[in-house]
Design a protein around this ligand. Structure first.
Ligand SMILES: *Cc1c(COP(=O)(O)O)cnc(C)c1O
Length: 415
């Protein structure tokens, strides 16, 4: 009997917990000899594929050289390489790179930077605007700026108040008007959103034109725009950043998950020069007071530096384009099956909704689908009645066909 208390796992249901021994490309291999296709990129982190040789080599090499060093007032080559690589790859306006360990901490840092900026420039702005159905992490701060529901109901007394604008449907006019109204009435410090795709909210997509208008409205009202690209970054939506498709450069950018190709926990929050400048002073009280023990861990940074080299040297975007075409074709076929609605893709992300009478995350459909997928050696984790496929970019045609076949099989079993 294991002592482990797993994340997002209801142990009371006694569902099997497979033991994974090793991974390669798009496959996981279990202790009991099964080959499982990783159709969710191990929760959205694995971009190129598991155990990319270049990333593995960088980790091994760095582990022998320097394992860890304090990052307050000290630096090291892998962190400098990551910062330089990000400056070369990301929008030029994002001049500063702050390291942390996870998507949640990248968002916490972004919120603190935004509030710090407004405090040090004495604008009197403190409020945060968010988008309906958003997800930004599971810490107290990130739950506060995310959708409220069954996931955080017990902790609600700890969550701070935010202003919420509706998720954009159709042409997004209602959202844009609400954003403009809130910008004028509340004079908020910042607006945080997931660009183009709301992941945990149910793989909800909205068009680049709406994202562009939202960023413009923020700029017009001196509201900082924080882009949480923790999931959408690193090619997920077809471009390096989702913001790119809207021609938007955020004031603050959160990156994690695919930053190390999904191999090591590492995150960055990138900021424009005015945000950094507001903190830069001979006054110690304006220091950016944030750190964690393993900030910019050298081994994690070496993995991220290798990932940046892969982006520079390998045809990553053309692999993504190929995968996106296959995802779109798959979704088109799945859309014809009975019980399937809202078939959609955005870059490498494909999603369908299964039409059921009792929706929501706790519906019985999810667990039944989960079991069927597990029995068929495909790692898929439906979000309520939404089935989505978000594979590593190396997924081959045979494994892709297998994923599609298993989804078809599961649908016919539950409907
Ligand atoms: C996963 C995710 C996070 C949280 O990242 P962690 O590394 O799990 O803390 C934040 N924002 C978005 C959009 C995410 O998808």
């Amino acid at each position: 009997m294991s002592a482990i208390w797993h994340p997002f796992t209801q142990h009371g249901l006694n569902e099997p917990i497979p033991l994974v021994d090793r991974a390669d490309g798009a496959a996981l291999y279990t202790r009991d000899g099964r080959r499982v296709i990783d159709a969710v990129s191990s929760w959205w982190v694995t971009t190129h594929g598991h155990n990319h040789p270049r990333i593995v080599a960088a980790i091994c090499d760095q582990a022998q050289r320097l394992d860890q060093v304090i990052f307050a007032g000290w630096t090291h080559a892998p962190a400098e390489a990551v910062a330089q690589g990000l400056r070369a790859l990301m929008p030029a306006e994002l001049t500063r790179v702050f390291f942390s360990d996870s998507g949640s901490t990248a968002v916490e840092v972004a919120l603190k930077m935004a509030l710090g900026y407004h405090a040090h420039t004495e604008t009197g702005r403190t409020g945060i605007l968010v988008m309906e159905h958003s997800y930004h992490g599971d810490t107290i701060g990130t739950m506060s700026v995310g959708a409220r529901g069954v996931f955080n109901a017990a902790y609600d007394p700890l969550l701070f108040d935010v202003g919420t604008i509706p998720f954009p449907t159709g042409d997004g006019v209602a959202t844009l008007e609400a954003l403009e109204r809130a910008c004028k009435a509340v004079r908020p410090a910042a607006f945080i959103a997931e660009p183009l795709v709301l992941g945990a909210g149910g793989m909800l997509f909205y068009p680049p034109a709406v994202l562009r208008r939202m960023a413009e409205i923020c700029r017009a009202h001196d509201v900082l725009f924080i882009a949480d690209e923790v999931m959408t970054g690193w090619g997920r939506t077809g471009t390096l950043l989702a913001c790119e498709q809207a021609g938007v450069v955020p004031d603050i950018l959160c990156l994690a998950k695919g930053l190390t190709g999904g191999s090591m926990p590492l995150a960055v929050t990138m900021a424009t020069e005015p945000i950094y400048a507001a903190h830069c002073s001979t006054d110690r009280a304006k220091t950016f007071f944030h750190s964690s023990s393993f900030t910019a861990n050298p081994i994690a940074c070496a993995a991220a530096a290798a990932n940046l080299e892969i982006w520079r040297d390998e045809p990553v975007l053309s692999r993504i384009a190929t995968l996106a075409v296959r995802q779109a074709a798959m979704v088109e076929r799945l859309a014809r099956l009975p019980g399937v609605a809202n078939a959609r893709t955005c870059g490498t992300i494909a999603a369908i909704d299964v039409v059921v009478r009792d929706g929501g995350y706790l519906s019985t459909l999810g667990p039944r689908l989960l079991a069927l997928f597990r029995e068929n050696d495909v790692l898929l984790r439906p979000l309520g009645n939404t089935i989505y496929v978000m594979p590593p970019y190396c997924l081959d045609e045979a494994d892709h066909a297998r994923i599609e076949a298993v989804i078809g099989l599961a649908l016919s079993a539950v409907l």
